[in-house]
Ligand binder design. Structure first.
Ligand code: UD1
Length: 353
């Protein structure tokens, strides 16, 4: 039996895809939801929308400091693993959140093999909690699935070569599977008002470096405020308090967090994207939308080729200029695999009982 540990929004999307493939191969799976994300629009809506099997167990860890959150999840996962150890073949982890790291620590101390999906990503910026989580998780994993050759190269630099596979990116499986269904199901005006829907940029901001520093956040908003277009901003809960204190430019339309399906529709209608999310950089590329990434570096370096993705600092002028300059390009190559990462990963898991 595979024990999957998930707790944050993008992990629900990835797990929904791989769970289907594990099921097809007859591999039994139990899902532990750590409770890191707990609001309806950050968690439950993804389970219902994507048909993700309900979590067998919910640790209800919730929000806290990094140490407290990680420790609570660690203890909860260990309790479950201890109780069911004889039936568990692997612990399956996604990405780079505190839930991922806690899963890796708990499983490795009990000598349970770890599968890491989205292995080998590096920003080489240790001030990001995600970088610490992903480095440590990779070093504790037995089967490592990379989205591209870049991940394999990064792992090799750190001496990790065993059990490494290029699977392609599982978010592409989701993108391909759901985009047709979603376009038939929703109209953009079901999600955002008609006055906004004609000409807009999609904005998402949630990295601590941008959100916990009020000066950076206000510069970002001023930068997108300078653009001659509407801006649709689904606000992550960590920004809720900040937006009550900030000057919000009049072209910004503030929305609650979008479900995965809503996000696909809003992305499809957007002229451009401004974000600090990892996942949205790739989705923008697949949707052929020029993207400005408000960070000093990106793990998804392939998206920078041909300038589909541009980096910008959290400064008003930099963001405004990058957004004005970025355009759709003629050249576009399929990045991050063929949309069959899930079946490839499930195949390897099945062959490594
Ligand atoms: C986490 C991940 C990040 C991932 C992101 C996806 C870590 C260190 N970070 O960031 O890598 O890209 O999820 O969205 O694991 N909050 C709520 N309700 C919720 C969830 C969060 O109100 O359902 C608020 C809380 O105030 C909390 C803050 O958001 O303190 C941050 O949440 P947290 O899960 O710690 O990190 P994210 O910023 O969501």
């Amino acid at each position: 039996m595979v024990v999957t540990v998930i707790g944050a929004r993008p992990q629900f999307v990835k797990a929904a895809l791989l769970s289907r493939e594990l099921g097809k191969k007859g591999i039994k799976e139990v899902i532990i939801h750590t409770g890191q994300h707990y609001d309806y629009k950050m968690s439950e809506v993804f389970f219902t929308e994507l048909g993700l099997p309900g979590a067998g167990i919910n640790l209800n860890a919730g929000s806290a400091s990094h140490a407290v959150q990680t420790a609570e999840i660690l203890v909860g996962i260990e309790n479950y693993l201890l109780e069911h150890k004889q039936n568990i073949s692997h612990v399956l982890l996604y990405g780079d959140t505190n839930s991922t790291l806690a899963g890796a620590l708990a499983a490795s101390k009990l000598n349970i093999p770890i599968i890491h999906v989205e292995a080998g990503l590096r920003s080489y910026n240790r001030s990001m909690p995600e970088e610490i989580n992903r480095v440590l998780t990779d070093h504790l994993s037995t089967l490592l699935f990379c989205s591209s050759d870049e991940g394999v190269r990064n792992l090799k630099k750190e001496g990790i070569t065993k059990g490494v596979h290029v699977s392609g990116d599982i978010m592409l499986d989701a993108f391909n599977l759901f985009s047709g269904i979603v376009k038939a199901k929703y109209r953009i005006t079901d999600i955002i008002p008609e006055r906004v829907a004609g000409n807009y940029i999609l904005l998402t901001i949630h990295r601590p470096v941008n959100t916990d520093n009020i000066d950076n956040l206000s510069e970002i908003l001023a930068g997108v405020g300078d653009i001659q277009a509407n801006v649709v901003w689904p606000v992550h809960p960590r920004n809720k308090e900040a937006i009550t204190k900030l000057n919000i430019p009049s072209n910004i339309f503030i929305a609650d967090p979008f479900s995965y399906f809503e996000m696909m529709v809003v992305l499809d209608g957007a002229k451009k994207v401004a974000t600090d999310s990892g996942g949205l950089q790739k989705e923008a590329y697949w949707a052929k939308k020029p993207c400005v990434t408000i960070r000093s570096e990106t793990e998804w370096v392939e998206t920078l080729h041909d300038n589909w993705n541009t980096l910008a600092s959290p400064r008003r002028e930099d963001i405004r200029n990058a957004l004005k300059k970025t355009i759709c390009h003629e050249s576009w190559a399929q990045l991050y695999g063929d949309g069959k990462a899930g079946s490839r990963i499930a195949h390897h898991i099945g062959n490594n009982p």
